[in-house]
Design a protein around this ligand. Structure first.
Ligand code: ATP
Ligand code: MG
Length: 175
């Protein structure tokens, strides 16, 4: 594989660290002068700490888009679907725009696991992307086809999580 070929990186598994690692990767890319776009699926419209920091800290270098309505179990199916499909359309546009060196698709795996977009449709878009473009994908339960297509796949595995002893999500740690 040529060194000019963009990589497909997946952070999956049920342990914490998938999204934060993706943003860490984005930060590293920004530091090296790469143009970065981040699309966050599923999650709410309230900006997380990492989103706020990256989008306000590097306005010319990072484009951030929230394509979610909140967590799926709090929303009706149609609302979730509509937001996800708008996010998917945006993903197509951003990938084919050739304006970025790295695109983060945070929680993309849920488009497949919730039955909103076919795995093959996603892979077709990835195959058609500009050659230099790196993709970073996060989400639990990455499907076999995605894993096979990717160049780098990491599974975050839970050993311990404060949630297990009833500690709720903390500002600055979870969001
Ligand atoms: P982070 O955003 O902290 O990197 P993540 O992207 O790996 O986490 P998600 O699966 O997207 O995790 O879940 C979102 C939220 O759920 C995060 O706030 C995370 O801390 C929390 N979480 C992740 N894994 C677990 C777990 N095993 N038990 C309870 N909560 C979890
Ligand atoms: Mg996440």
């Amino acid at each position: 594989m040529a060194t000019t070929q963009g990589l497909v990186i997946i952070n999956t598994g049920h342990g914490k660290g998938k999204t934060t690692a993706a943003f860490g990767q984005a930060l590293r890319a920004v530091g090296q002068g790469l143009q970065v776009c981040i699309i966050q699926f599923i999650k709410g419209t309230t900006k997380s700490g990492e989103a706020l920091a990256l989008a306000t800290g590097f306005p010319g270098q990072v484009a951030l888009h929230l394509a979610g309505t909140g967590f799926t179990w709090k929303q009706d199916k149609e609302t979730v679907k509509k937001a996800a499909m708008a996010g998917w359309q945006l993903t197509r546009e951003k990938i084919m725009s050739d304006a970025y060196d790295l695109i983060v698709l945070d929680e993309l795996t849920y488009l497949i696991t919730l039955g909103l977009v076919a795995e093959e449709e996603i892979l077709d878009l990835f195959r058609a992307r500009p050659q230099r473009l790196h993709l970073v994908i996060t989400g639990r339960d990455a499907t076999q086809g995605l894993i096979e297509y990717a160049d780098l796949v990491t599974e975050m595995r839970v050993i311990k999580h404060p949630f297990q002893k009833g500690i709720k999500a903390r500002k600055g740690i979870e969001f």
